[in-house]
Design a protein around this ligand. Structure first.
Ligand SMILES: Cc1ncc(COP(=O)(O)O)c(C=O)c1O
Length: 417
């Protein structure tokens, strides 16, 4: 029987095989054809502690016996309260308010609306959003508007709003980014700067320094421009610390979290904000409330998973696991560099990436990507290169042997392609 499913970011005309996955545990996916795959990209960067983590699964199961769903406008429940309190305890102390939603894109939409709502409530006509070249913040209209323009969103261009863009701060060009940011922030209609801290994920695992992140934050603070950290990908230890912002000593005004918030088990997102942003929306007038919601906001099952994730971070040596994985990634990059040739080896915490030589056009649609994906799939590895960029971002529980299999396959690919 042919499937009726329309898959995301998939060109069905190419008729690539779409494996059916039945089970997963740790870093392993098991297909219906009894084949196993090492999940070297954490199933789109979400799975942190490993698939079907017993504590997270148990928390969801227990919650499922109590409360499945409840409208969150004007109602609350224990798992949501516990998650909000848990986040308050470990996230930057200035972020006193926690707003729930369901995905990274919605967390970003909420952040943009909070920023504009803040200025609106203060009676200041600030509506310009500043973004970084090559960034990605999701696929809804607002999130696309603040992301890089290109083949991904060409068809929707007429609906996207204008933004100010600063160049990516590649090594040696940081001052140009800071100057551009300063120039845009000087314009008194600038509301906020949204940025992926330290690593631009979908843009090609592009890495910049904590110093630049700190300096960009300083520029925004100097001009009173709100600083939105989109840590949807970089959060939850990916860059070596709980938040990437931590490495720069930056406390953003607004923080977007999703993916690893539930350990990657079930969709949930939060947008955290300062008391000043909350207070700007506080009023006794209903017309001034924050007009945002979705039906499943703060779903209790998802909150139970997030609560279990927070407990894992509190009780287990997650930071040590991350440090061990980061060390192994560094050694593998170094080893590979010693026997084969590729460009731009780079690493930030648990994320390692390199660029393969290509005769194609480069970029996301480089023809190398589907060939590489098939090459890795045949070897029992889930890797999904971004064009000619191969990156490894595994769950923190990946074993030394599994990681070796991944990197040996990458070595083989570098030589073969
Ligand atoms: C930095 C960043 N922001 C936002 C998103 C969107 O998240 P979601 O796919 O959950 O909507 C992503 C997804 O990869 C992301 O990497």
């Amino acid at each position: 029987m042919t499937s009726s499913v329309w898959h995301p970011f998939t060109q069905h005309g190419l008729r690539e095989p779409i494996p059916m996955v039945e089970r997963a545990e740790g870093a392993l996916l098991h297909s219906a054809e009894s084949k196993s795959y090492i999940d070297a990209i954490s199933s789109w960067w979400v799975t942190t502690h490993g698939h079907c983590n017993p504590k997270i699964m148990a928390a969801i199961a227990e919650q499922a016996g109590k409360l499945d769903q409840i409208i969150f406008a004007g109602w609350t429940h224990e798992p949501a309260e516990a998650v909000a309190a848990g986040l308050r305890a470990i996230m930057p102390q200035n972020l006193s308010r926690v707003f729930f939603s369901d995905s990274g894109s919605t967390a970003v939409e909420v952040a943009l609306k909070m920023a504009l709502g803040y200025w609106h409530a203060r009676g200041e006509a600030r509506h310009r959003i500043v973004v970084m070249e090559h960034s990605y913040h999701g696929d809804t209209i607002g999130a696309m508007s603040v992301g890089a323009r290109g083949v991904f969103n060409q068809a929707y261009e007429p609906l996207l709003f204008d933004v100010g863009t600063v160049p990516f701060p590649a090594a040696g060009t940081e001052q140009a980014t800071l100057d551009a940011l300063d120039a845009i922030c000087r314009q008194n209609d600038t509301a906020a700067f949204i940025v992926e801290p330290l690593v631009l994920g979908a843009g090609g695992m592009l890495i910049y320094t904590p110093e630049t992140l700190a300096q960009m934050h300083e520029v925004c603070a100097r001009h009173g421009v709100l600083f939105i950290a989109d840590e949807v990908m970089t959060g939850w230890g990916r860059t070596g610390t709980l938040l990437a912002c931590e490495q720069a000593g930056v406390a953003p005004d607004i923080l977007c979290l999703s993916k690893g918030l539930t350990g990657g088990a079930i969709p949930l997102a939060v947008t955290m904000a300062t008391e000043a942003i909350f207070e700007a929306h506080w009023s006794t007038e209903r017309a001034k409330m924050f007009f945002h919601s979705s039906s499943y906001t703060a779903n209790p099952l998802a909150c139970a998973a997030a609560h279990a994730n927070l407990q894992i971070w509190r009780e287990e040596p997650v930071r040590e696991r991350i440090a061990t994985l980061a060390g192994r990634q560094a050694r593998w990059l170094e080893k590979l560099e010693s026997f084969c040739h590729f460009d731009n080896a780079r690493q930030c915490g648990t994320i390692a990436a390199l660029d393969l030589k290509t005769s194609g056009e480069g970029g996301y649609l480089d023809t190398l990507a589907p060939d590489l994906m098939a090459f890795f799939r045949e070897r029992g590895i889930l890797l999904r290169p971004l064009g000619n960029t191969v990156y490894v971002m595994p769950p923190y529980c990946i074993t030394e042997d599994q990681l070796a299999d991944v990197w040996n396959a990458i070595g083989e690919a570098v030589i073969s392609f």
